[in-house]
Design a protein around this ligand. Sequence first.
Ligand SMILES: [Cu+2]
Length: 115
Amino acid sequence: MLKPFYLALALATASLRVLAAEVEIGIADYRFDHPIVKIAPGDTVRWVNKEKRTSHSVFFFAESLESERLFPGETWSRRFDVPGIYPYRCGPHPEMQGEVMVAPVESSEQAQPAQ
Ligand SMILES: [Cu+2]
């Protein structure tokens, strides 16, 4: 029989991933500030254009999915439900590249930028 304290702890740990996380990627100086992020299925990535003048987009070329052109201060979000590796680049600036890795994580781990 579990004592109430340990039971509560187990429940708290198990429910940690129920709340999906949101990861923010800033765009500045013609690059994505976290080019590679690791998230869990159900998490959302939010790109924020932090440039003063330049617009960018987020283009998942393998899926032919591209955001609207993001002007300074604008954001675009995408939720990832299916595990996999999602490479992307900026539409107008192909040298700007990034990757979203979606994989189940340990319940104690938080979604975080990989670098
Ligand atoms: Cu760009």
